[in-house]
Design a protein around this ligand. Structure first.
Ligand SMILES: [Ca+2]
Ligand SMILES: [Ca+2]
Length: 492
């Protein structure tokens, strides 16, 4: 049983006042012994400040009912235990100390051993440690944001750690808040191409800390270093993070790829629409670039851009840090919400299955519920169109020989969302015919709701529940859609 020595004080005070029979003249006093006679250790052999000791007492004419311990011979604490793990403290700025611990037994007549046993305990301070969390290691390539976590320990007690210090590339050290174990590093200027100062964020904070770290090499390899210092002034060994390449920002529009087979399709469309963008591929190498903590790393990445194009699909990924399996839209939802709340503008296009639970992004995206009928049966036939509500936008159709079948059909909350596109949809084929689709025909939605669809008001959030590139029956029309959204709708 581990007991802290100081916690006995109140108990002891109560007990001393209760000892009224002390001094019975027929009673002989008890004797007391530590289980070891002495601790002859010096130099590096001295004990660290957590020490387990045992003791016992004898009484010739009665029995032992308890013990009192003291480190100064005047303040005694009572215990009925015969062993304890002590956490002694070493004076600040000192590396060693000798504690004289005394023990005296109390017999059944409340008589205390008049010659307590004494033990000199030679103590030394132990160096603290500081390490990066191996489970939250940095990715090989950090896209604008590097998130990791750390821990620091000290055998003399965590409260004896006075400082935890972080450095980028060993250039400068800054002191961390010891309560904040998860940290993210961002360049002060994300478009810098050489060495810049870095900002630091704790946990899920949106506010950067009021100090900077020097020496972040953009578009180059970096290491983080961490160390701690204890109250004796002893420093831990320095722990070095894995190397990470800090990839910088070039353009002001961010494209996030969640469907590898669509990357070149969208790249060509965006290039044709004269949209310059930075590309972040979430599917690269089985998702190795996906963040461990989406609502920290991904959120901070999004916030470096004013405009976003995000495409994904129904594929689930298992997060190696949390072991949670979700589709990318679910992982991204809370970050997308915060991004939109802070004024970010997005076009999102993602198919997902009809049995996909949408609670993770219901209302975060402009989507309220899925069609009642399973939309796996819905078709947009080759000669049918996805039609815009705002006539400034183009009608879209497919190039496929028969139909597009991966169409997500949903309902919206009409108090804050407008219908953006509907489909001329058909139901599952019966014989040679395609009956009309009997449920909601909404394929795309947009927020904030406009007073008048054809007015100059702007949408900030546009969502399609399809793979947009498949609506390429008229390539110019599809390019015009992207051009209109990014070069007109999303302009300030
Ligand atoms: Ca006795
Ligand atoms: Ca220490």
């Amino acid at each position: 049983m581990q007991l802290r020595f100081s916690t006995f004080i109140i108990l002891a005070a109560l007990l001393i006042s209760a000892c009224k029979k002390e001094g019975d003249r027929f009673n002989q006093p008890p004797d007391t012994y530590f289980a070891i006679e002495s601790i002859n250790l010096s130099g590096d052999q001295r004990l660290n400040t957590i020490v387990r000791l045992t003791w016992y007492g004898t009484d010739p004419d009665g029995y032992i009912k308890g013990y009192e311990l003291s480190t100064n011979g005047s303040d005694w604490t009572y215990t009925t235990q015969q062993d304890s793990t002590f956490n002694f403290s070493i004076p600040v700025d000192s590396d060693t100390t000798d504690v004289e611990l005394q023990i005296r037994a109390i017999d059944n007549q409340n008589v205390k051993d008049p010659s307590p046993d004494k033990l000199i305990i030679p103590l030394k301070n132990t160096a603290p440690t500081a390490t990066f969390d191996q489970n939250l290691s940095l990715p090989d390539t950090a896209f604008l944001v590097a998130t990791t976590a750390w821990d620091a320990t000290d055998l003399d007690g965590e409260q004896t750690i006075t400082q935890v210090l972080l450095s980028i590339n060993g250039i400068d050290w800054v002191e961390l808040n010891q309560r904040e174990k998860t940290i993210s590093i961002l360049p002060t200027n994300p478009k810098a191409s050489d060495t810049v100062d870095a900002k630091l964020y704790y946990g899920t904070n949106n506010q950067t800390e009021p100090f900077l770290l020097k020496g972040l090499s953009m578009n180059d390899t970096n290491h983080l270093f961490i160390k701690s210092v204890d109250q004796a002034g002893v420093e831990s060994k320095i722990d070095t993070s894995t190397a990470f390449y800090m990839k910088g920002k070039i353009n002001d529009i961010l494209v996030i790829g969640g469907v590898s087979s669509a990357n070149n399709r969208y790249r060509n469309i965006l290039n044709s629409a004269n949209i310059d963008f930075d590309f972040f591929d979430l599917t690269y190498s089985n998702g190795i670039n996906q963040p461990n903590i989406w609502n920290i790393t991904f959120r901070l990445q999004l916030l470096q851009y004013g405009k976003l194009f995000f495409y994904s699909d129904e594929t689930g990924y298992t997060n190696p840090y949390t072991n949670v399996k979700q589709i990318l839209l679910e992982f991204a939802a809370s970050s997308l919400q915060e991004y939109a709340n802070l004024g970010g503008k997005y076009l999102i296009t993602s198919y997902f299955d009809h049995d996909q639970p949408i609670d993770g992004f219901r209302g975060v995206l402009p989507i309220q519920s899925l069609s009642t009928k399973n939309y796996a049966d819905a078709n947009l036939l080759k000669d049918s169109f996805a039609l815009p509500i705002d006539t400034n936008y183009p009608a879209l159709n497919t190039q496929k020989p028969v139909a597009i079948t991966k169409l997500g059909l949903f309902n919206i909350d009409t108090t804050d969302t407008d219908v953006f596109y509907t489909g001329q949809l058909s139901d599952r084929r019966v014989g040679r015919n395609y009956p009309p689709w009997p449920d909601t025909k909404i394929l795309a939605s947009a927020r904030p709701k406009k007073q008048n669809i054809n007015s100059n008001e702007r949408y900030n959030q546009i969502f399609f529940s399809v793979q947009l590139w498949e609506l390429n029956g008229d390539k110019t029309a599809l390019i015009n859609l992207f051009d209109r959204i990014f070069n007109t709708e999303f302009q300030e």
